[in-house]
Design a protein around this ligand. Sequence first.
Ligand code: BES
Ligand code: ZN
Length: 460
Amino acid sequence: MSVQSVLAYADDHQPQFLDELKTFLGIPSISTLPDRAGDVQRTAEWLADHMRSIGLEHVQVVPTAGHPVVLADWLHAPGRPTVLVYGHYDVQPVDPLELWESDPFRPEVRDENLYARGASDDKGPFFAHLKAVEAYLRTEGALPVNLKIICEGEEEIGSPNLDPLIYARAAELAADLALISDTTILGPDQPSIVYGLRGLCYMEVEVTGPDHDLHSGQYGGAVHNPLQVLCEMIASLHDAQGRVTIPGFYDKVRPLSSEERAELARVPYEEDHLRQETGVPKSWGEAGYTIAERIGARPTLEVNGMIGGWTGPGSKTVLPARALAKISMRLVADQDPDEIDRLFTEHIRRIAPDTVRVEIRGLAHGAPALVERDVPAMAAAARAYEAGFGVRPVFAREGGSIPVVATFQKALGIPTILLGLGLPDDRFHAPNEKFSLANFYRGIATIIHFHSALVGMLAE
Ligand code: BES
Ligand code: ZN
């Protein structure tokens, strides 16, 4: 099988690929807005029709309790590896709309970038996978591997209906590895393979004291203030080294090997870069770790918000009856969100004084993922990036989450290759989201190389 003719087809069909991607991006598949449910459904159907048109088989739009999942396959490479490609066809809301330079659902090319909601997260990168399939099937009439595709419409709302579907169809989805393009690379000339994603454990703590707000002069000094209690508890959750003080919090954290630290040190995330990106006067974090390690490889605890007492203009002398905090923890392998929920709950109960009542509730939970880097598919990905981008990729970890990666590990027992095509300035979830056309086309070439490299690698 000649990869050259496949690559040539992809090169020759760039204008057609771009037109089709524009059509895909033109349907406003915003999963969180009930008013857009029809558009989300329409996107799934458009995608299914497109998959059929390029020669994928068993294409189905599978209904769920929420938005549908699109499945497809091509299984005519007996004895060859099976790749499970995942993507999401849903997008984030577009607000604030006035900050967009062009309509988020009328894709527009400016300066070799395609501007639209979902351009880079994740319709563009996922579409590159379909175009790689098309290039193979139209030239060679076959793929070098067996391929299964699962594309969901609820990733941006936390994939609430995906895990049951994956567990129920585990046999149907069986594969040697999963392949996802839903992350960013370090720069246009520095591809990177993400091998770690953080998880999430989101909690809510409510402290109640008196059964109504009190006059602070009448009772101050005799009644423990719930806001003060909450502040004292929260302040004690980090020590002077920036470490989380919850007993057992770090017990399951897989330590960084010296090899991983060396690899992460190649990530150019400097103090100045952080200051410039965020506007902070100085970085902060756990002592003994670099910025890249703090974001990608260490667990953290953040106060997302607090409610309580008087916050209006002027002064009101009050001892509030209640105070509430939203606290989330980003987790790393091998921390378990349910166990962290338990450790957090036990710790807060332990440190809570008996002068107040404390209620603790668990909200969103998502598992972290760390992919083995010494699997043959990683070598195939490195070789593919080198061929597609002309540069050897580095390994990186991301602070964000893609919960399905852990599900693939647990339910199907397979590693995931995070073959990202986005750039750090693609403005995921923000106005003027864009996808670099160079990355779209180089991405298609990289995916073509990946499938062909995989055959050699897994055979070795
Ligand atoms: N594509 C992103 C994840 C991502 C963002 C990876 C940036 C690498 C760099 C994905 O669509 C997302 O936004 N995930 C959510 C998790 C979800 C449970 C809402 C996140 O990380 O907050
Ligand atoms: Zn995404």
